[in-house]
Design a protein around this ligand. Structure first.
Ligand code: MN
Length: 130
């Protein structure tokens, strides 16, 4: 069984693209379409990585990153934010909220997969040290 990745994304096409890509690379991908379910699904699924869209209805990815990083059980899971915003300062805001990685849309498939792999390697290295 591959490493588990929770994908929080309200756009159905992007959600399918991300999950298909991850599965093609041997990961177990779990889709979440509604950000309001993200915290509970993260607890149930116990992912090794969370991919987080930023622009979503009801609750933004930024708010969710802050909630995840404020949760003692969930804050250790690395988060890769994905956003169409290209405005100056956005990447810093996302990193300040606690995201470990950042990829802008439209994604480059290669960069997306590399960023996922890099975050998972970093995670397993820090576990080995611990
Ligand atoms: Mn969105």
């Amino acid at each position: 069984m591959g490493q588990k990745i929770l994908v929080v994304e309200d756009n159905e096409l992007n959600l399918k693209l991300f999950c298909d890509l991850l599965r093609a690379h041997g990961y177990e991908a779990e889709p979440v379409r509604d950000g309001r379910e993200a915290m509970e699904r993260a607890r149930d699924f116990a992912p090794d990585l969370i991919i987080m869209d930023i622009q979503m209805p009801y609750i933004s990815g930024l708010e969710l990153i802050e909630q995840l990083k404020a949760d003692d059980a969930l804050k250790v899971i690395p988060i890769m934010a994905v956003t169409a915003y290209a405005a100056k300062g956005d990447e810093q805001r996302i990193r300040d909220a606690g995201a470990e990685g950042y990829v802008s849309k439209p994604i480059s498939v290669l960069r997306f997969v590399e960023a996922v792999a890099a975050l998972l390697v970093r995670e397993s290295e820090s576990l080995n040290i611990g």
